[in-house]
Design a binder for this molecule. Structure first.
Ligand code: PBG
Length: 324
């Protein structure tokens, strides 16, 4: 059967027909808003390279958490930006560190909101690497204990989900064991399983003050040309006890997402990262694209490729635009 019997345009004629035949839906249920927590009170400091994104003190985190919950967004992911850094990232697992206080503030203000924490050392180390540095190298095994301690401290503060983003080998297993041994068997692990050494993290590193002081992250984050390797990373994280998997960044890695969707029966997340967000916002500011349409189209593409949920700096704006 073909033209003129077949006319594909018949089902595109009205918005009602398009709604009926739409294959992929984006809802507020699919969104997670990243939040940056800094020390202080009443701090709401704009991030220059990410219009609409702020670094917030714990009291402001609480108010933001309430707004997010009121918009019907199910979750936030918190990043702690400490005032002091040292070689071992001591601030990462302090009982009353910045991330831990942000978790408490968010949970107190919005108890039903799912609070995810990013587990990494890069915001807390003076060298800016995601693990412990020994002899000029990021040492894998000594980092595991620090990461597990950080995850455990987040759980103690009330985190529902911990999300390790450091890309050390064995971190998911180390975190699972630490949680289980300390009475947090119910806390879930969302593994940044396929996290690439990407140029698109630039604005985040400004927001989180986490740019490496020497070298780069290519010795632990994945090489962008590799897809098969991403499948191994995901398989390994599942075997170590990950409950859900993440691909990051999102748009340049839709093929990785699509293949992961075919292979794995677990919830799949995608992180539409800072640089991806900044590009759209910058073009929109110049009037070169319709920013809000482009953002929606992008997030739908990420869902179409296979993501169950998306970490997006535009989550609030998008949720406000979507019908309940
Ligand atoms: C921490 C971490 C990074 C991001 C999330 N967790 C930065 C990095 O790996 O350098 C990036 C998020 C973004 O760019 O929006 N390791």
């Amino acid at each position: 059967m073909s033209f003129p019997l077949v006319r594909m345009r018949r089902l595109r004629r009205s918005e009602a027909l398009r709604r009926l035949t739409r294959e992929t839906r984006l809802s507020r249920d699919d969104l997670v808003l990243p939040l940056f927590a800094v020390e202080g009170a009443r701090v709401r400091e704009p991030v220059a390279s990410m219009p609409g994104v702020f670094r917030l003190s714990p009291d402001e985190i609480a108010e933001e958490a309430k707004r997010v919950a009121d918009l019907g967004i199910p979750a936030v992911i918190l990043f702690g930006v400490p005032a002091a850094k040292d070689a071992r990232g001591s601030g990462a697992d302090l009982p009353h560190g910045i991330a831990q206080r942000a978790v408490e503030a968010a949970k107190r203000a919005a108890p039903d909101l799912c609070v995810i924490t990013d587990v990494c050392l890069c915001e807390y180390t003076d060298h800016g690497h995601c693990g412990m540095v020994e002899a000029g190298e990021v040492a894998n095994d000594p980092s595991l204990e620090r990461l597990a301690a950080a995850a455990l401290s987040h759980a103690r503060a009330g985190a529902d989900v911990v999300a390790p983003s450091d890309m050390m080998d064995g971190r998911v297993g180390a975190i699972r064991r630490a949680l289980d041994a300390n009475g947090f068997a119910e806390v879930a692990i969302l593994a940044y399983a396929a996290k690439y050494a990407s140029a698109f993290y630039g604005p985040f590193r400004e927001a989180a003050e986490s740019a490496p002081a020497f070298g780069d992250r290519r010795g632990y984050q994945m090489d962008p040309p590799n897809r098969r390797e991403a499948m191994r990373e995901m398989q390994l994280d599942l075997e170590e006890g990950a409950d859900a998997l993440m691909v990051k960044p999102a748009l340049p890695y839709l093929d990785v997402l699509a293949e992961a969707r075919r292979r794995f029966e677990v919830p799949l997340a995608a992180y539409h990262v800072s640089g991806e967000y900044a590009m759209l916002m910058a073009a929109a500011e110049r009037g070169w694209i319709d920013g809000s349409r482009a953002m929606l189209e992008t997030l739908v593409a990420i869902r179409r490729a296979g993501a169950d949920f998306i970490l997006s700096y535009a989550a609030k704006e998008i949720a406000a635009r979507l019908e309940p």
